[in-house]
Design a protein around this ligand. Structure first.
Ligand SMILES: Nc1ccn([C@@H]2O[C@H](COP(=O)(O)OP(=O)(O)OP(=O)(O)O)[C@@H](O)[C@H]2O)c(=O)n1
Ligand SMILES: C[C@](O)(CO)[C@H](O)COP(=O)(O)O
Length: 245
């Protein structure tokens, strides 16, 4: 499932983020192709901007995708969590393993996708690709965190630091996150709205079920701010130069 209903506020004004072009092709098309590149993926459910499902359907019909992949499009919601829930409701019967992948991570390599699937097949109910954190991370006081939530652009008043977590125990998590279907459904059914979970594996953790990490990939980065678009186009140019892709 590909949640693609976000506006992309941090990317700046323009079309919804998933519909913006990377080297002339919408980011969402790159993301669908990246998931469909795995031979284990048979159905892709795209969760479109709430008022953009028809446009997304046309877009996906106009761009070549592997024939063996069925693509369904449903309208999304106001938050990522709501969009994933709407995507879950649209899954056809008979699906045992669900991957949830941000449209905003259009360049995830197929080996990363397959690594996640393999770990779920091996019995883990929730699997997350992750990389070590490269910056030192500081925790700020709750009041400071509220006035400048993670990812907000404008620097405000100086923020008091309350702790420096041990970096060797931290990981930055990516998508696709892979789940045993029944576990992911239970996690979303148990959601307390507004509890601050920013990924699906976080909801599974709240159930008390195990979540494991597998190696992520640098190219699975999230396009969040304008500079990420520059990086994404550079990665595509390097791929084209390396293997004619
Ligand atoms: N209501 C929402 C919000 C987000 N997403 C999706 O969740 C993924 C990760 O979200 P993020 O990168 O934060 O995207 P946006 O919410 O669009 O970004 P911003 O917070 O800058 O507006 C994206 O593929 C986005 O389209 C979604 O499907 N529905
Ligand atoms: C799911 C995610 O991509 C994992 O890193 C991330 O949590 C999404 O967060 P966002 O703030 O909604 O982009």
């Amino acid at each position: 499932m590909i949640p693609a209903a976000g506006r992309g506020v941090r990317l700046g004004p323009g079309a919804p983020k998933a519909l913006r072009a990377l080297n002339g092709t919408p980011m969402l098309v790159h993301a669908v192709r990246a998931m469909a590149a795995s031979r284990a993926v048979s159905v892709v459910v795209v969760v479109a901007p709430p008022d953009g499902a028809a446009e997304v359907k046309t877009l996906l019909t106009d761009h070549a995708l592997p024939e063996r992949t069925d693509v369904l499009v449903v309208p999304g919601g106001a938050t990522r969590q709501e969009s994933v829930r709407l995507g879950l409701d649209a899954l056809p019967p008979g699906i045992d393993i669900v991957l949830v992948h941000d449209a905003a991570r259009p360049l995830v390599p197929v080996d990363t996708v397959d690594g996640v699937i393999e770990a779920v097949r091996d019995g883990a109910p929730a699997v997350v690709p992750a990389l070590p954190v490269t910056d030192t991370v500081k925790e700020v006081a709750p009041a400071a965190a509220e006035s400048a939530p993670a990812g907000s652009a404008a620097p405000g008043a100086p923020e008091p630091v309350v702790a420096t977590p041990d970096r060797s125990r931290l990981r930055a998590v990516q998508t696709p996150q892979g789940f045993d279907h029944a576990t992911l459904l239970r996690a979303h059914e148990a959601v307390v709205v507004g509890d601050g979970a920013t990924d699906d594996a976080g909801l599974v953790e709240r159930l008390g079920e195990p979540v494991v990490l597998v190696p992520g990939h640098e190219e699975a980065f999230k396009v969040t701010r304008p500079l990420d678009l520059v990086l994404a186009e550079a990665v595509l140019a390097r791929r084209r130069a390396n293997d004619g892709f």
